[in-house]
Unconditional design. Structure first.
Length: 295
């Protein structure tokens, strides 16, 4: 189903905000993160491959699951990409359970899961984002259990931002991640979303959604121990970039239906990189996210 591409080729094709953050890492860690990111991108592309049937995509994801299990059993995964990824898994002791959690998240997309509550959405965000954060910690290096809480919170903050930003593009794929019970509480129907209707009720719902996402940004800001902060420069850059997206959503009052897909310009991204690098060089420890103007 998927062409045989290397980690570098997959990462170059994606032009992702996450891939952007790796520029601040030392060479070996950057190489490892490129491989991890490429794995995430690869399985996500499998789930989104609309030219293949849903059963075919399930089988392909399971083929990667079986390949991963072979790595942990000391065998060849018999998949070219996983042959390249295997040394990274072994060197940084990336747990099978975290890799499998990511695959379960991809399968949730294929199953067309309806998210009814915040807790349902949190599970999805854990699987597709926080699990990646926890795997990344193994590469970045960490010493304290609180740092895992940081990865859980920051992963959910980033994914919540993605979901709110991509409501329009997701509904064009027939997907809706916004919790149905919460939408109903604000009298917003699935039909409103799939018709691309921006209403006052939707804006009010998005305000409540913003508060929940903001809570995760603030949790990440608060729990990261000082001893582990120097190793989190790439994660902190991710936080800073997605925080700017989050602020743009607030600025546009969450109206993603009437505008082109909200994104950062190249200049804005470069500015985030330079500011994050400078803050670390100057020893400034306060994260550049989680506080709104006027607070």
């Amino acid at each position: 189903m998927q062409p045989s591409l290397s980690s570098q080729e997959i990462t170059r094709k994606s032009a992702s905000n996450l891939a952007l953050a790796f520029i601040l890492l030392p060479k070996e860690k950057r190489k490892a993160m490129v491989s991890l990111y490429a794995f995430c991108r690869l399985v996500d592309d499998i789930a989104d491959e609309e030219t293949a049937s849903v059963p075919e995509r399930f089988r392909e994801i399971n083929r990667y699951r079986e390949g991963l299990q072979k790595i942990f059993d000391g065998l060849s995964p018999e998949i070219p990409f996983l042959e390249e990824f295997a040394p990274i898994i072994r060197r940084y002791h990336i747990p099978y359970d975290l890799l499998n959690d990511l695959l379960k998240g991809m399968e949730m997309d294929l199953e067309g899961v309806e998210y009814q509550t915040w807790e349902d959405l949190d599970l999805y965000c854990y699987r597709v984002a926080s699990s990646v954060g926890l795997m990344s910690l193994r590469i970045f290096g960490f010493t304290r259990p609180e740092t895992e809480e940081y990865a859980l919170a920051l992963g959910r903050a980033l994914q919540y931002t993605n979901i709110l930003r991509d409501v329009k593009t997701d509904q064009q794929k027939g997907r809706l991640y916004l919790p149905s019970q919460e939408l109903a509480r604000f009298n917003v129907s699935r039909e409103d979303i799939f018709a691309g209707r921006y209403t006052e009720n939707y804006r009010r719902f998005a305000e409540a959604y913003k508060e929940r996402a903001l809570g995760y940004y603030r949790r990440a800001r608060e729990v990261l121990p000082e001893v582990d902060r120097p190793n989190m420069i790439a994660a902190e850059l991710m936080g800073a970039v997605y925080w700017q997206l989050f602020l743009k959503l607030i600025h546009f009052q969450y109206d993603v239906f009437s505008h082109e897909r909200i994104r950062l310009t190249k200049c804005e991204k470069i500015r985030r990189i330079l500011l994050t690098w400078l803050r670390f060089k100057l020893g400034l420890r306060t994260p550049h996210y989680g506080v709104l103007k006027g607070e």
